[in-house]
Design a binder for this molecule. Structure first.
Ligand code: SF4
Ligand code: SF4
Length: 195
């Protein structure tokens, strides 16, 4: 390395150092964003779309919309969801498959969201409750249908529509189509014997 190359690389290095220090220097004067967790738990703002854990959507009366179709289980790429079903008798005498247990393993979930986006009834969603740390892996396996199953009341039978009463004064309607006797049609056995 000659003297010219030496000074050239020295200038280049100094320029690079100043550029790096410029970024660091700016951060010295910008507003600090350090979260004082867990002290700030009460005012912590977690984005609504943050995917922390899968959960069932229950309405105010304790009903969920899962129809046990297992679409989410089939679409999950790593077997995180396991659904068991049972057959129940309906009031009309038919049988129907109902959800028994919806098991979700948070420890193996990659939060891809395929289960939620493919559910035909929008029965599941991701909660943004991020505090899911536990001491044992088994504690990450959850049953999502945790409320006791409630049967929806059977629909009220519709009252039968009253048929209009036949009136004696009503004109007798003759059938429009008159079946003509055909000579080609063979009489049945009883007619043959009578003749
Ligand atoms: S959560 Fe949705 S996709 Fe999964 S079994 Fe229930 S209805 Fe089907
Ligand atoms: S988010 Fe993805 S990995 Fe997690 S349960 Fe749903 S489909 Fe499976």
């Amino acid at each position: 390395m000659n003297i010219k190359e030496y000074f050239s690389s020295l200038i280049e290095g100094t320029h690079s150092l100043i550029k790096g220090m410029e970024v660091t220097g700016k951060e010295l004067f910008t507003k600090k964003v350090t979260e004082q967790y867990p002290e700030n738990r009460a005012e912590l703002k977690i984005p609504e779309r943050f995917r922390a854990t899968l959960q069932f959507i229950y309405d105010d009366e304790g009903y969920h919309k899962c129809i046990a179709c297992k679409t989410c289980e089939r679409n999950c790429p790593n077997g995180t969801i396991q659904i068991t079903t049972r057959m129940v008798d309906l009031p009309n005498g038919k049988k129907k498959m109902k959800l028994d247990k919806y098991i979700y393993d948070l420890g193996s979930c990659t939060f891809c969201g395929l289960c939620v986006s493919t559910c035909p009834t929008d029965a599941i969603e991701f909660s943004n409750d991020f505090e899911q740390a536990v001491f044992r892996r088994e504690a990450l396996i959850k049953q999502l249908n945790y409320l006791p199953e409630k049967e929806k009341p059977a629909p009220e039978p519709k009252p039968a529509a009253a048929k209009p009463a036949a009136s004696a004064d009503a004109p007798k309607v003759e059938p429009k189509v008159k079946v003509e006797e055909s000579k080609d049609v063979q009489p049945n056995q009883e007619q043959k014997e009578t003749e």
